[in-house]
Design a protein around this ligand. Sequence first.
Ligand code: HEM
Ligand code: HEM
Length: 184
Amino acid sequence: MWSNSKNGWGRISIGVHWLSALTVFGLFALGWWMTGLGYYDAWYKMAPWWHKSIGIVLLALSLFRVAWRVLQPTPAAHGSSRKRLAAHLGHGLIYLTLFVVMVSGYLISTAEGEGISVFGLFAVPALVTGLPHQAVIAGDIHWYAAWSLVVLAVGHGLAALKHHFVDRTDTLTRMLTTRPSRRH
Ligand code: HEM
Ligand code: HEM
């Protein structure tokens, strides 16, 4: 139920997947909106505070997710061995891009040596600071990687819909529920 099996994803994997999907799209919209705010806007300071706090929580969640993924069995992928390899590489690329976005966000925020306050509860220390043009370069990487992640995620979502409606496999339903499906 909570853990994965050879036949399906468990509640933990399903919950983390959808929570992180929601958070990725939310942070993208928030990041885009907040960088257009003027200095006198009421959200000028608060929006980045939320963006960074939520971003650090997503980073922690994603580290847990990868550990869980490595420790748990996974349901078998469908299709020919070439398609399975493509899906595997695609998911790997999503994970990689996700971490590039989060690490570059961390490096923008800590460029001047300041830690990152997480909801005012604790601060993540600035471990890497003062690299040449750190904030600007990390900022450029963050922007392009965030875009790549969103494009990959939308393509990935469309692929899931294709598996559901065209190929009629249980790929999407097993990411939504732990109940066994009649489809295979
Ligand atoms: C647009 C909405 C989305 C839909 C409909 C969707 C659907 C799915 C489905 C059905 C699977 C299971 C594939 C299988 O069982 O082989 C899956 C896996 C996965 N999804 Fe999504 N997804 C969405 C958004 C996202 C986003 C935003 C991310 C990025 C954080 C993401 C990252 C992943 C990863 C990395 C896997 C592979 C899991 C693993 O093998 O560890 N998905 N997704
Ligand atoms: C998947 C997670 C994330 C997504 C999709 C995302 C997305 C974005 C986007 C679209 C922007 C606007 C960039 C621009 O207009 O140049 C932005 C800005 C920013 N993000 Fe993120 N972000 C994520 C995670 C993080 C994390 C974890 C941190 C730090 C802890 C962070 C820190 C920042 C900062 C400081 C800015 C402002 C950069 C500037 O002023 O140019 N982000 N983010």
